[in-house]
Structures are given as C-alpha cells and as structure tokens.
Ligand binder design. Structure first.
Ligand code: IPM
Ligand code: MG
Length: 352
C-alpha cells in the first residue's frame, strides 16, 4: 500500500504527524512518502501543486492530506494560491465524491454549542460533490465592464452524469445505513439544481428501499440546527456541501472532529480533515489531530478495505476521549487538556 503524505500549511504538518504516528503503530504493510502542497508547494517550487507532488499522488493508492492556506499567500495571483493546489489535485485525481461523516461521540455531547438532547446520538453522512459546480464552472473571473466597473463572475453548472454518479454514491451508502437520503438543492431558484432534483428522482427508481426527500438549502441549514437527528445521508453539490459540512461539524462539538474522504470511481482516495489550516494555531501544539486521525481510519476502510484496523483507530479515539483527553477546542469540565502531540500519543496508547 502506497500512501502519499501531503502535510500542507499551517497546522497541517502537526496534525498529519499524529495520523502518521497512529498508522505506523498499526504495523501495516505501507510506504509513506511526503511531498509539499499548497503554500509549502509554492515555497518549494513556485506551484501550489508541484508536478512531482501530483505525480506521487497519481502513483499512490491513497493520499493523506493536512490542510492548505495561509494569509500570507492571499496577495498572490489566484492560480498560485494554496487553495488552487487543493482544488487541482481533487480535479486531477477525479475525486468527485466527498464523504464527511458528522458523528457525535457521546463524551463530547457537552462540547457542542447545541443542547445535548438535540445532538446526542447524531450520525449523519454528508455526501458532497467535489469536482463540479460553481467551484469549477466556466466562465469565471474578474473583468472590467465597458463602463469601467469591475465584474466578478462564477458559473454554477452540473451535467446529468455528474449528478447521477454522486447520487449513486449517496444511495449506495444509504443502503448500508438507515436507507434515508435527503437531497439538498435550491430548485426553486437555480436551474442547475432543478436538474439535480430531477436526476435524483430518476435515480431513486433504482433504489426502491431508500426513502428520498428533497430540501432547499436554506431550510436544510435551519433543520441541521433545529433537529439534526432527522438526517441519515445528505447529498448535495460542491458549494452547498462546503457550507453545510462546516455547519454539521459544530453539531459534533468541534470542526476538529470531522474527517473526510474524497473518492474517485475506483475508491482511490484523498483523506483530509474537513477543517482548514488555522495558521493562527500553527506551531503551538494546540490543534486537534482527531479529524486527521479519523481520516486515516476512513482511508483504511474505503481504499484498503481494512475494516478491522479502521475500527481499531476509531475505537482508540473513543477510548482516548473516554479517558478524558481533550484538545483546547473540545474542553469539557474536569477533562485532561492536552496538546496536539499528546493527543496523538493518547490515541496510540489506546490502540492496545
Ligand atoms: C473544504 C475547504 C476547501 C473547499 C477550501 C480550502 C478550498 O473549505 O475542503 O471544505 O472549499 O472545498
Ligand atoms: Mg470548507
């Protein structure tokens, strides 16, 4: 098993080091190779996705990524910015299916900003389309109009096959869970999502056991806070999924808990925490490494079909939380507050 390790920027290197520590402790037959991406890629070779990094990712079975981005790159031309490296690697590897599970660990019910009774038992799988939509649609850009005023343009578009393949992922996952899919769109206003809804309805004919409902994105954002336990699988486009998955993460106590998998049609995948690079926390050993460690568990499950070791990691995370270990973002009364590195150690210790 060949894994490309791309730590990236900000807290990326610290959190990835913890996930690597956990993977190594499992004594699996894996080779880990590191390469720069994002701002680190720009520093190394003037490109947020250096050619060698992309090649390594293509040659590997899976990619473990930290996070990209730092304010100091905000002034660079757009194509040189760290985020572009991330978007390009998703596109180049055809990672169209982004799975973001929002799962509440019972120990963290008090860490959520919502009442424990609203979130306890929460288990939602957000399936976000990742290589289309307004993120990639052409035309795009900033230009100057005839009257001298500047105009910014982005284009929201989806073709049928893109909608169908992400829909299929959602329905297949629902079949292994509670057989409920909520498709999120804005079909009352946006044609691209009107088509989204039509295709989801067509596809549902192939999954008679799955209950399909539709929700407008504004309502979905509200329902996630009002009664999040009504959801099983949510499927949506790139931009809505970006926003709703950040929202859902806070139901679980902290965005530092939310892992993700981005898969292609053959389950090759890139695994990364759903959160960003948090440059303000970098180098302070305070970041929560659990989302990255849980992303490594998803890697074992989805790309390497190794449910046993995936569960081992997830159970070790649960055990470390049950033992009271908490990073700053999830502190609760009477807990044992630790840094990033010590949290990684606690998970390694709990593996046995
Ligand atoms: C995410 C992030 C990225 C996105 C950014 C960093 C480009 O917010 O993975 O959710 O918008 O997809
Ligand atoms: Mg996001």
């Amino acid at each position: 098993m060949k894994i490309a390790v791309l730590p990236g920027d900000g807290i990326g290197p610290e959190i990835v080091a913890q996930a690597v520590k956990v993977l190594n402790a499992l004594n699996l037959n894996i080779t880990l190779t590191e390469a720069p991406i994002g701002g680190a890629g720009y520093e190394a070779s003037g490109d947020p996705l250096p050619e060698a990094t992309l090649q390594l990712a293509k040659d590997s079975d899976a990619v473990l990524l930290g996070a990209v981005g730092d304010w100091k790159y905000d002034k660079l031309e757009r194509h040189l910015r760290p985020e572009r490296g991330l978007l390009r690697i998703r596109k180049e590897l055809n990672l169209f299916a982004n799975l973001r599970p929002a799962l509440l660990y019972p120990e963290l019910a008090d860490a959520s900003t919502l009442k424990p009774e609203v979130v306890s038992g929460l288990d939602i799988m957000i399936v976000r389309e990742l290589t289309g939509d307004i993120y990639f649609g052409q035309p795009r850009g900033i230009s100057t109009l005839a009257n001298g005023e500047r105009e910014g343009v982005n284009t929201m578009r989806y073709c049928e096959s893109e909608i169908r393949r992400i829909g299929r992922v959602a329905f297949d996952i629902a079949m292994k869970r509670n057989k409920k899919v909520c498709s999120v769109d804005k079909a009352n206003v946006l044609e691209s999502t009107e088509l989204w809804r039509q295709v989801m309805i067509e596809l549902s004919a192939e999954y008679p056991e799955v209950e399909l409902i539709h929700m407008y994105v504004d309502n979905a954002a509200m329902q996630l806070i009002r009664a999040p336990k009504q959801f099983d699988v949510m499927v949506t486009g790139n931009i809505f999924g970006d926003i709703l998955s950040d929202e859902a993460s806070m139901l679980t106590g902290s965005i530092g808990m939310l892992p993700s998998a981005s898969l292609d049609a053959n389950n090759k995948g890139m695994y990364e925490p759903s959160h960003g690079s948090a440059p303000d926390l970098a180098g302070k050993d305070v970041a929560n490494p659990l989302a990255t460690i849980l992303s490594a568990a998803m890697m074992l499950r989805y790309t390497f079909n190794d449910e046993v070791n995936a569960l081992k990691i997830e159970n070790a995370v649960k055990k470390a939380l049950a033992q009271g270990y908490r990073t700053a973002d999830i502190v609760t009364d009477g807990c044992n507050q630790v840094g990033c590195n010590a949290m990684g150690d606690a998970v390694v210790a709990a593996l046995n």
